[in-house]
Design a protein around this ligand. Structure first.
Ligand code: 13P
Length: 251
């Protein structure tokens, strides 16, 4: 049985003070909530504060990016060890915004995923097609390439320690959610690709989140689909009540 996982990707939002307010509100409701794995992913600058505030609760901490090297002359970058020091357990990798604005390729995402796993961080590897690709009938090809490229060389154990997030680019921040059927179709495709790379047992055990305009109003229907194991939430994760409602919709 796959345990559902709902993660809040705060993106480049929340000062440390705002982050503390938000996470305090989340804690008031979710501190002892065990039915769903709940992860918050603040910007780097708020990780330490949020980490301290969630100690002793069932909330988990994630980062939004990392570099693949262990240390060195990479101005402006953050490595896995720095995230581990702050008790991060997850790291979002290959988000479409990083692919689009910062030139991240599947090969880069793959290096980062390998480095994260080597430091016992669970990568949340994002994949998703653009509207143009969907309209050109390329969803299967694009998703297959991204999954195979981003996860290349991971052992079965490493794959099981990873999470995949399907985030159609056209649904991110647009208010246009994929229908639950559209999302389910791609989630099933991802499991098929995993079956090819590993086997059916691994493919059935890996958790696949949906992301893209998930709101309290549509979360329940999406999370009820057989291959959707929770969500990666952007805008709605910045509001405590919305995020809590989405988390509870995963039960
Ligand atoms: P929105 O929920 O704001 O559409 O963002 C989704 C996302 O990109 C999460 O990583």
């Amino acid at each position: 049985m796959r345990k559902k996982i709902v993660a809040g990707n705060w993106k480049m939002n929340m000062t440390t003070a705002e982050a503390a307010t938000l996470v305090t509100a989340l804690k008031a409701d979710l501190a002892n909530f065990r039915e769903v794995e709940v992860v918050v992913c603040p910007p780097f600058t708020a990780l330490a504060t949020v980490s301290e505030l969630i100690q002793g609760t069932h909330l988990d901490l994630g980062a939004q990016n990392m570099h693949w090297e262990k240390n060195g002359a990479y101005t402006g970058e953050i490595c896995a060890g720095m995230l581990r020091e702050l008790y991060c357990h997850y790291v979002i990798l290959g988000h479409s915004e990083r692919r689009q604005y910062f030139g991240e390729t599947d090969a880069i995402v793959n290096r980062k995923a390998q480095a994260a796993l080597a430091s016992s961080l669970h990568p949340i590897v994002c994949v998703g097609e653009t509207l143009q690709e969907r309209e050109a009938g390329q969803v299967e090809a694009v998703i297959t390439t991204q999954v195979q490229g981003s996860l290349a060389g991971l052992s079965a154990k490493e794959m099981l320690d990873s999470v995949i997030a399907y985030e159609p680019v056209w649904a991110i921040g647009t208010g246009k959610t994929a229908s639950s059927e559209q999302a389910q179709e791609v989630h099933a495709l991802i499991r098929q690709v995993l079956t090819g790379l590993y086997d059916a047992t691994v493919a059935q055990a890996v958790r696949i989140q949906y992301g893209g305009s998930v709101k309290p109003a549509n979360a329940r229907e999406l999370f009820a689909m057989p291959d959707i194991d929770g969500g990666l939430i952007g805008g709605a994760a910045l509001d405590a009540k919305s995020f809590i409602d989405i988390v509870r919709a995963a039960v």
